[in-house]
Design a protein around this ligand. Structure first.
Ligand code: NAP
Ligand code: GLV
Length: 312
């Protein structure tokens, strides 16, 4: 990689107000020239993007790296991007703790029966149901990457049995690691609360369907905080209605925003949130990206390079 001569040029391309980003970038990289991309813009050295149009890559041919403003690169990889251009995803950047909060909240709400108490309170009912035993609620985490591991540690700290499924084996205290397609059935058969933190790739799309979800322990609970396209939504509805799934907390959907007529909105055992489980935080994200730009300019390696052959 050639070192930049003169001031660094950074192009920003996302459907969000660039001003807070520029303010934070100016503090981190005071010499950089910042520009919100529009057609015909000057060539930049680095880009910070979320779901940019194809024209962005067609025009910006002198980039040295492109930084995704999120952890998941599924939308970005739909674009035609020069094979040699490094694509860098966010590594946590403040999302891990948010994911841990979100998943623990959904897990505790279900297993401490707060969902039941909310319904009882609305009806003015005072009733103490039999408590659930946490040992009967093994939590299975699909995806044991940056976010999956943070969530696994948080759940294990609450004394739930925890297992995780990934492509390669992992060693995390208190977490049973299963890996590869051949161990997926064993993982599902031991899981009652399923947390999805996989990247969306051709291998993982539609993975959560009638066949796989039926293999979960009866009365299973689904927490999807990864991507909507992992899930066959009609199959989730059918398994909720059959009682095999006790409920679901869903942050992501095949169509976002979730259409007003979608059955998930009205299902009494489904909780919907608007894709907020792990939000991109400006200060943390800019600090991480600026640190990586400085490292690249110094010829040093960085974390978070996307492997396009794997799709994450
Ligand atoms: P990551 O670090 O890349 O981790 C991905 C994990 O999935 C890895 O453990 C990987 O296994 C595993 N995996 C990938 N393909 C697999 C396969 N075919 N079979 C088994 N395991 C597989 O990603 P991350 O930073 O944790 O983020 C995960 C996802 O969360 C993102 O891709 C994004 O879709 C989603 N997300 C959602 C929100 C939200 O607000 N809802 C926010 C941020 C991220 P190996 O470790 O063996 O490679
Ligand atoms: C959000 O969904 C992300 O991938 O960061």
């Amino acid at each position: 990689m050639q070192l930049t001569q003169g001031p660094l040029r950074i192009s920003f391309c996302a459907r969000t107000d660039p001003l807070p980003w520029f303010e934070a970038l100016r503090k981190e990289l005071p010499q950089a020239q910042l520009e919100a991309w529009s057609r015909g813009a000057q060539p930049a050295d680095y880009a910070i993007v979320w779901a940019p149009p194809q024209q962005f890559f067609d025009e910006q041919t002198q980039l040295k790296a492109v930084f995704n403003m999120g952890a998941g690169v599924d939308a970005l990889l739909k674009r035609k991007i020069a094979a040699q251009l490094p694509i860098v995803r966010l590594n946590d950047a403040g999302m891990g703790v948010q994911m841990a909060e979100y998943v623990c909240h959904a897990l505790i709400r279900h297993t401490r029966q707060f969902d039941v108490f909310e319904a009882q309170a609305r009806a003015g009912q005072w009733h103490e149901p039999v408590p659930l035993e946490r040992g009967h609620y093994p939590v299975g985490i699909l995806g044991m990457g940056v976010l999956g591991e943070r969530v696994a540690r948080a759940v294990a700290a609450l004394d739930f049995p925890v297992l995780a499924w990934s492509r390669s084996p992992k060693q995390v205290a208190g977490v049973k690691s299963l890996f590869g397609a051949t161990q997926l059935p064993a993982f599902l058969a031991q899981t009652r609360v399923l947390v999805n933190l996989l990247p969306l790739t051709p291998e993982t799309e539609n993975l959560l369907n009638r066949s796989t979800l039926t293999q979960l322990l009866p009365g299973a609970y689904l927490i999807n905080v990864a991507r909507g396209r992992h899930v066959v939504e009609e199959d989730v509805l059918a398994l909720l209605d059959s009682g095999h799934l006790a409920g679901a907390t869903l942050d992501v959907f095949r169509t976002e925003p979730l259409p007003p007529e979608h059955a998930f909105w009205r299902h009494p055992r489904v909780t919907v949130t608007p894709h907020i489980a792990g939000r991109t935080l400006v200060p943390e994200t800019v600090a991480q990206i600026a640190g990586k730009i400085r490292a690249l300019e110094a010829g040093l390696p960085i974390e978070g390079m996307v492997d396009r052959s794997r799709g994450y």
